[in-house]
Design a protein around this ligand. Structure first.
Ligand SMILES: Cc1cc2nc3c(=O)[nH]c(=O)nc-3n(C[C@H](O)[C@H](O)[C@H](O)COP(=O)(O)OP(=O)(O)OC[C@H]3O[C@@H](n4cnc5c(N)ncnc54)[C@H](O)[C@@H]3O)c2cc1C
Length: 353
């Protein structure tokens, strides 16, 4: 089968590897001129690690795992609300955080160089499997729309699909050389939250999100340790400042010979750090089990979309009364029960389809 994949992000590259493993002839079309050098990192819960093992990246990741590192959920006054490990908080025995560009390079290295056509922006697609680029047109047995939140494939073939929506949340993400002796996990305030995660090479990944417009990162220098020292280390030229969007999945994920996966199918808030993981689940499912199996994933996509939205309000409830109730609820919930609930999103096996 000739498979044309639009987009060379996590979804597209994972799909390319999985389809090639199944013996198909694959071409990826990526509008950027080369592999992404985007900053920040990506946290890999159990389901992401399982997909990456299926794709042949197990060896890289074994070295990266920081599974048993103690992790807490704290409030902005520094009070510990939940005590656990990184793996438990994300639903399994293993956990890793990897720089985004590194994970994308590992995926790209699994493919022959001529499989990915960089600097090729797809302009549109038809349900019969044709893809348009400028003046030329190519026909495929299956087209995979993996072109991210602003997907041209979704826009042209799913014109009535729920639109991409700005959530009002923005943030910061950076990697620093500093290795704090403790304090990994998340800090949840009223309107803002931060996460501090260890990379395998000793560096630290920090991300923050807020619903307050125009607030400076330096305003959080009074938050609990080790955040202030990590903020001091943040270098503007290495920082990404994402705006958070979301889009509900459409009711059907397949139209004729075209299937949508990854953020093109479902853009969710990064509350649980699950977007890339779900994108790779989609890719592996589609390649190994076909479009019908992908369609059967809709309830999982909708559930994660909804939980990610609700989780964002739980982490930053905006009102003082709700913040106090959240803190109390977390203090009263036994730590293993919280870990079980938070980690449930990352529990997935291909066989469970
Ligand atoms: C702040 C933040 C933190 C996050 N943290 C995590 C995390 O820790 N763990 C996690 O699992 N997820 C996380 N996510 C979510 C994750 O980043 C996304 O879900 C993931 O990148 C989706 O992958 P994708 O391949 O579907 O889309 P993308 O990563 O957007 O890739 C799409 C690709 O398609 C290309 N493209 C677009 N249009 C065209 C076109 N017309 N022709 C050709 N190519 C095209 C783009 O250049 C891009 O390379 C986070 C998201 C945010 C916003």
């Amino acid at each position: 089968m000739r498979v044309g994949i639009v987009g060379g992000g996590f979804a597209g590259l994972a799909a390319a590897i999985a389809f090639r493993d199944m013996g198909h002839d694959v071409t990826v079309f990526e509008k950027a001129s080369g592999p992404s050098t985007a900053g920040g990192a990506i946290s890999l819960a159990q389901n992401a690690l399982r997909c990456l093992a299926t794709l042949g990246l197990r060896n890289h990741l074994f070295d990266q795992a920081k599974s048993n590192v103690p992790a807490t959920v704290r409030n902005s006054a520094g009070q510990v609300l939940v005590r656990s490990t990184l793996a438990q908080l994300t639903g399994g025995q293993e956990y890793a955080t990897v720089p985004r560009h590194q994970l994308l390079s590992w995926l790209a290295e699994q493919l022959p160089p001529d499989c990915v056509r960089y600097s090729t922006a797809v302009l549109g697609s038809h349900a019969d499997g044709t893809l348009n680029f400028g003046d030329s047109v190519r026909q495929f047995d299956l087209v995979v729309g993996a072109d991210g939140p602003k997907s041209v494939i979704r826009r042209t073939l799913w014109p009535k699909a729920p639109a991409l929506r700005f959530t009002g949340n923005t943030g910061w993400a950076w990697i620093t050389d500093r290795q704090p002796s403790s304090g990994y996990g998340t800090i949840w305030g009223r309107t803002s939250q931060f996460g501090i995660l260890p990379l395998a090479d000793g560096r630290t990944y920090v991300y923050g999100g807020t619903c307050l417009p125009d607030i400076e990162l330096a305003s959080f220098s009074t938050w609990p340790d080790p955040l202030p020292e990590l903020i001091d280390d943040a270098r503007p030229d290495q920082m990404i400042t994402p705006a958070v969007f979301e889009a509900r999945p459409p009711r059907r994920l397949v139209r004729g010979k075209v299937a949508l996966i990854g953020d093109a199918a479902h853009t969710m808030q990064p509350t649980f750090g699950q977007g890339a993981a779900i994108a790779m689940e989609d890719a592996v499912t589609l390649a190994h089990h076909g479009p019908t199996a992908l369609s059967r994933r809709l309830p999982r996509m909708l559930a994660l979309y909804g939980i990610s939205k609700a989780g964002a309000y739980f982490a930053t409830p905006r009102l003082a009364g709700l913040e106090a109730s959240r803190n109390l609820a977390l203090r009263l919930t036994p730590d293993p029960v919280f870990s079980l609930m938070a980690g449930s999103v990352g529990r997935w096996t291909p066989a469970s389809l």
